[in-house]
Design a protein around this ligand. Structure first.
Ligand SMILES: [Zn+2]
Length: 424
């Protein structure tokens, strides 16, 4: 069994929306009260209150505050568990010598939502292509909320439900337990591809094919700056200020949606056509390190680096890698992540395997040893592909193919790097 998430957009009517907001407010109140209880108990008498102490107090709370009853006891427990998790994370980080922030009180307008940890209290009905109805609660008080969305699984068992609010819109996220056979993706081709991800072209393949970088943030940047300038002229907290904040939030959401859509489509296409995918194990955090430097030793070209960082983060290689990883597993594709430090794909020649140092601005690979000349990113994609075809290299991340899709083992031995590079 695998776990997969499916998200549905909710279309509550006015009454339902009010109820959802009221319930979110109550969950938030519970969260804040539980946090306060923990803080006060520790300050006044030095006791640490555990999750179970708080869970056991729930029935009593419901006696005094009957409005909590219809929220469902498991959902209430889940909110307490959420607080417990944040305390666990806090203490774990303290122990590790980091300086985490203490769990905070949350404002009900920013509280993201609530969760039903099991099947109690809700049910999702699917209708037609992408229509759905979500039932929350039971009996004659149950809410039937219109929803839209679909997933690709034929067989599944729902596991839990999370209701979230983003920018005034409501979403229902359902965790599904899906059998492996239902997860499997079809593969239409058996190519072996090396990929180099980058900012100029989002992806370059070893055969010279490229995927253009859509640059969603850069395209929307003038509009974003304009809105932010407008907002700065308004009085903070006023109606106009809030209206513009909402528009800015919407714009950010749009950028995120476009990006996710792009990444899903491209990674699916890559995985569907490839039996072997080779790429570098990236560390975007290192790539986008700030150039600011320290006060005594300020960095150079800070603005340019900030712009590059924005582009690196916007291209979201991390998200692309995650998607490639799980989709490759579903399709029985071998994903090879080369060790960048050992392999140095951008510096290595894919024909003679020698290191040819070059700076970031040099876009052509011109080998001084064998005279091989190639576009820089294409060369480095070819290098990682050779690395993938060489046994005993690369770092982990070779998911096992699904049983029914397991391909015949390919015996590929490398005599010299040259022969393989030419074969490819
Ligand atoms: Zn060479």
């Amino acid at each position: 069994m695998q776990r997969r998430k499916a998200t549905f957009k909710l279309y509550p009517n006015a009454v339902q929306q009010q109820t959802l907001e009221e319930w979110t407010r109550l969950h938030c109140e519970l969260y804040n009260a539980a946090l306060q209880e923990r803080i006060e108990a520790y300050r006044k008498v030095g006791i640490s209150i555990s999750y179970y102490d708080q869970q056991n107090a729930l029935p009593e709370i419901k006696v005094h505050r009957p409005e909590f009853i219809e929220l469902g006891s498991h959902a209430l427990q889940q909110t307490l568990r959420r607080l417990d998790l944040s305390f666990q994370a806090f203490f774990r980080r303290v122990k590790a010598g980091q300086t985490p922030g203490f769990p905070r009180f949350k404002s009900s307008t920013r509280f993201s939502g609530f969760c039903y940890p099991d099947l109690a209290g809700w049910k999702l009905f699917q209708q037609g292509e992408r229509g759905a109805t979500l039932r929350i609660g039971s009996g004659k008080d149950a809410m039937m909320i219109r929803a839209r969305g679909k997933h690709r699984f034929a067989e599944f068992k729902p596991n839990d439900l999370t209701i979230t609010r983003r920018n005034g819109q409501w979403f229902a996220s359902v965790t599904l337990r899906v059998p492996e056979t239902s997860c499997a993706r079809e593969r239409v081709d058996q190519q072996q591809r090396g990929i180099d991800f980058g900012v100029n072209d989002w992806a370059t393949f070893d055969n010279g094919e490229t995927i253009e970088n859509p640059r969603f943030v850069r395209n929307e940047l003038p509009r974003l700056a304009q809105l932010q300038r407008q907002r700065d002229r308004k009085k903070k907290g006023s109606c106009r200020y809030r209206r513009l904040s909402k528009q800015i939030g919407k714009l950010h959401e749009r950028i995120g949606n476009l990006r996710r859509d792009f990444l899903h489509k491209e990674t699916t296409r890559i995985v569907q056509t490839c039996a072997v995918i080779a790429t570098e194990a990236l560390q975007p955090k290192n790539m986008s390190r700030s150039a600011k430097g320290t006060l005594e030793k300020p960095g150079k070209r800070i603005k340019q680096k900030a712009g590059l960082n924005r582009e690196i983060l916007s291209a979201s290689f991390g998200m692309a890698h995650q998607m490639l990883a799980y989709k490759a597993e579903e399709a029985g594709t071998r994903l090879h992540l080369a060790n960048t430090h050992q392999l140095k794909p951008s510096q290595r020649c894919c024909v003679c395997w020698e290191i040819v140092p070059k700076t970031l601005s040099q876009r052509m690979h011109q080998c001084s040893h064998c005279g091989h000349s190639m576009q820089r990113d294409q060369n480095s994609a070819a290098v990682v592909l050779i690395d993938a075809c060489t046994p005993g290299t690369g770092v982990a991340a070779r998911p096992k193919p699904l049983a029914r899709q397991r391909a015949k083992p390919r015996s590929k031995t490398r005599e010299t790097p040259t022969t393989i590079a030419q074969a490819i």
